[in-house]
Structures are given as structure tokens and as C-alpha cells.
Design a protein around this ligand. Structure first.
Ligand code: G3H
Ligand code: ZN
Length: 279
């Protein structure tokens, strides 16, 4: 077990103005790459599993491997990302996830508030943090051609009420951020983040870390973001490297001759992000 909690690092990050990266994984190669980068840089890191990723990899496998890797580097944490299935969320909490993100953004505001509050009660009893989401963060962790038609911004009054009544530890904010990588670049609404920061005392989380400019990332950290989620860029490195090597070595059937290069490519992405978030 790690002797410093995730909450401890969130608190330090807020005070010292840096952010912890959450990197999603669904394969052992991705997991090895994330852990290796964190260990080399001596930086705390969050391993993220979305519902799809958790169902594929296994919640139990994820917690067991987190515990195993913690023996080599202690500051490795697990978050259930965009959890919508209450049973899966409870299972993750029971297994010892450090944090769960309940994504009730598809629900009516009052319903989201009610369920989030119940999850907070359940999670806090077991020392697990809870991240909330009010307005859905658009897009998905893939490559997209078209940008969404409208930019969604957090409703500050609703967010204040939600935070106060649910007791969540962190909030996934909407400041024009999108999931995935787009052919056109987007700019984040930093002025809106400043308003959120002023109104809300809890930890702020930026989703959609892929494809966001270094300048915008730096600005979000300066203005209170303590956790940044990255997925698509890791997935792209995984696919492109795997395709390239398989094409180059058509005859080979030995995974251990192919996969180290995939791990290195993903590790490079994670290293660049950690250096940006936590210089
Ligand atoms: O919850 C996961 C993240 O928000 C990932 O976003 O795929 O744009 O990096 P991304
Ligand atoms: Zn997300």
C-alpha cells in the first residue's frame, strides 16, 4: 500500500501548481509504459480504466497489478474513469480503487446529484475519492474529423450546488475541452476556468488531455487544475507503432520481439505529458 494518498498529492499539486496525469490503459503494454515513465520521473501517476477498459482488462487484474507495481514505485493510483454502472463502481471501490469518477452527466441534474451523493457516502467509508461530472464532456477517445457544433461551458451556480450537496472530492470541468484528437485545433476557455476556480473549493479535473496545446495545459494548471486525463494520444502511439513493426517484420510471431517497441512509444508520450504537467 502506498503511504501517501492520492488526496495528499492533489493537495500538494494545488498548492504548488502542477497536475497529476491520469493515463488510461486496457493492455499490459500500456500499463507497463505508464508505470515505467512514472517510475523514471519519480512522479505520482493515476492509471485510468474507463468502463470499456475495465471490463476488458478486469477490475481485479488492475488492482492486483497496481499493488504489484507499487512495490517498485509507491505513488501509483487507480481511477475508474467515466463510470456509469453503479455495480461496477461499487466493485471498484470494494476492490480498493483509489478514486472513482461517477459520470452522471447523461442524467437529469437532480438525479445525478442524488446518485453521486450516495456514491460519495459509499466510497468515503472505504477511503476512496469521488470525481463528479455535471455537463457531459463531448467527444470520445478516438480520432475525429469534425468538431462538435457547440462549446459546452460549466454552469457555475449549478456546479456550486452540486459540489456542496454531493460532497465530491473533484469535479470534471467543461471549459471547451473535448475527448479525442481533432483535425482542427481547439482552444480552452481559461477565463471560464478562473470563474469556476473562484466559486468551487474542490479539486478540478481536465478531461480530454489529448491534442490540447502546451500553452492551454499550462494555463489550466496555473488556474487550479490538479488532474489531467489523457487517453487518445496513448492509443494512437499503440496502434501506429504496432502497425509499423508488424509490417516491417512480416514473418515474426514472437510477441516479446514486437511489443517492447510499442511500450517505448507509449512511454515516450507519457513522459512528455508528465514533464509538461509536473516539470
Ligand atoms: O477520461 C479520459 C480522458 O478525458 C481522455 O481524453 O482521450 O482526449 O485524452 P483524451
Ligand atoms: Zn474523460
Amino acid at each position: 500500500m502506498s503511504n501517501k494518498s492520492l488526496k495528499y498529492f492533489f493537495g500538494r499539486a494545488k498548492k504548488e501548481k502542477w497536475a497529476i496525469g491520469q493515463f488510461n490503459f486496457s493492455t499490459l503494454e500500456q500499463l507497463k509504459a505508464i508505470v515505467s515513465a512514472a517510475k523514471k520521473l519519480k512522479s505520482p501517476v493515476i492509471l485510468g480504466t474507463s468502463q470499456g477498459e475495465a471490463n476488458f482488462f478486469g477490475l481485479e487484474e488492475a488492482t492486483l497489478l497496481r499493488d504489484l507495481y507499487r512495490k517498485k514505485f509507491p505513488y501509483i493510483y487507480l481511477n475508474l474513469d467515466h463510470g456509469k454502472d453503479i455495480d461496477l463502481i461499487k466493485k471498484a471501490i470494494d476492490l480498493g480503487y483509489d478514486c472513482v469518477h461517477f459520470d452522471g452527466s447523461g442524467l437529469d441534474f437532480q438525479e445525478n446529484l442524488k446518485i453521486t451523493k450516495k456514491i460519495v457516502k459509499y466510497a468515503h467509508k472505504k477511503g476512496c475519492l469521488v470525481e463528479g461530472e455535471i455537463k457531459s464532456i463531448q467527444g470520445s477517445s478516438e480520432i475525429h474529423k469534425e468538431l462538435p457544433k457547440e462549446v459546452l461551458l460549466e454552469d457555475i451556480e449549478k456546479a456550486k450546488e452540486f459540489v456542496k450537496k454531493t460532497g465530491i472530492d473533484s469535479l470534471a470541468v467543461n471549459i471547451g475541452n473535448l475527448h479525442g484528437v481533432y483535425t482542427k485545433s481547439i482552444r480552452l476557455k481559461i477565463d471560464h476556468l478562473q470563474k469556476i476556480k473562484k466559486a468551487i473549493p474542490i479539486f478540478l479535473v481536465l478531461h480530454g488531455g489529448s491534442g490540447t496545446s502546451k500553452k492551454d495545459i499550462k494555463e489550466t494548471i496555473k488556474n487550479g487544475v490538479v488532474k489531467i486525463n489523457v487517453n487518445t494520444e496513448l492509443r494512437i502511439a499503440w496502434r501506429e507503432t504496432l502497425e509499423k513493426i508488424l509490417r516491417k517484420h512480416r514473418g515474426t510471431v514472437k510477441p516479446y520481439n514486437i511489443l517492447p517497441k510499442v511500450i517505448s512509444a507509449i512511454e515516450k508520450v507519457v513522459t512528455t505529458k508528465i514533464n509538461l504537467f509536473n516539470p
